[in-house]
Design a protein around this ligand. Structure first.
Ligand code: GUN
Length: 295
């Protein structure tokens, strides 16, 4: 019987706080040197409660770091032309260095067309095809990379995880997490498998992973016996599950059944307090980078 070990918990909350403190100093130095105050604009269409919470926390984080933020709110029935006009106005505003259109957009809007209208130099979400292309092509320097994938890589670095030559399995192929995480791991010389809802023998595939990144949005889908001994597990999922004993009537769980994994993985991110806080820190970093690019 193999000896029990306890996985290292990768504390994104503390790491994100350190990064934000460092960014606050860099912003102060920029201002003291006569530089402009980095500015982030968010565009929120409709009244989705979760999106409102995310956007509010992005604004608060900007203020904490000495950056300025602009919150654009449009009604749920805003037309495509109205949304595009707002994005173009922000493209032209010199106080706005970064633009983030909160996703998902209401179904009647053409998300790809909206994202493509953002000035690629202000695309702090890293979703414009020009920025995706720079990330995807060998021999190019990426400009903006989506915040959550950047956070995943920082957490792996913090854990001291060797990436070159490792087998990395990424679950989920979204534009904002799965695909850019896979590209970043590839750039770091991992052998990457990008798995998704049509992947066969998912559990066996996961068992081959030295690094497992779960970003599918399904509560505790990854079970303990899907994770090999000494694997590093990054859990991007934040799922609500009903819990009558919890104060709010629900609790947050990841895409990984962490209780079943902590006894044999090398390291795992907690939910909450793992990847989540890193996303905001990386968005702020991208916003400062945008201001620097536009000097
Ligand atoms: N919706 C959920 N996460 C994100 C994000 O990181 N950026 C944007 N634009 N929308 C989101």
């Amino acid at each position: 019987m193999a000896e029990e070990q306890q996985a290292q918990l990768l504390d994104g909350k503390t790491l994100a706080a350190d990064i934000r403190a460092d960014l606050t100093q860099r912003v102060a130095k920029r201002l003291a040197g006569g530089g402009s105050q980095p500015g982030l604009a968010t565009v929120l269409v409709g009244e989705d409660a979760a999106s409102q919470v995310y956007v509010r926390s992005k604004h608060r984080a900007c203020q904490d770091a000495g950056m300025v933020s602009f919150g654009i709110e449009l009604p749920a029935d805003a037309s495509q032309a109205e949304v595009l006009a707002e994005v173009r106005r922000l493209n032209a505003d010199p106080q706005v260095h970064g633009i983030l259109v909160q996703l998902p957009l209401p179904a009647h809007l053409d998300e790809a067309a909206v994202i493509q209208t953002i000035d690629p130099l202000k695309d702090v979400d890293g979703l414009h095809p020009e920025n995706t292309g720079l990330l995807a092509q060998k021999g190019r320097q990426p400009r903006f990379v989506p915040a959550t994938p950047l956070g995943v890589m920082r957490l792996l670095a913090e854990a001291g995880t060797p990436i070159a030559g490792a087998n990395a399995v990424v679950l989920g192929r979204s534009n904002i997490v799965g695909v850019p995480v896979a590209l970043l791991l590839l750039r770091a010389n991992a052998t990457v498998t990008l798995a998704h809802s049509r992947t066969r023998d998912l559990d066996a595939l996961c068992r081959s992973a030295d690094i497992l990144v779960a970003a599918v949005g399904r509560a505790e889908m990854v079970r303990g016996d899907w994770v090999k001994r000494d694997a590093v597990v990054i859990d991007v999922g934040i799922n609500r599950v009903d819990d009558a004993e919890a104060k709010r009537g629900y609790r947050l769980v990841g895409d990984v059944a962490s209780d079943e994994v902590v006894g044999h993985a090398a390291a795992i991110t907690p939910v909450p307090g793992g990847v989540g806080p890193m996303t905001i820190a990386m968005l702020l970093e991208n916003t400062l980078k945008a201001a620097e690019l536009q000097d």
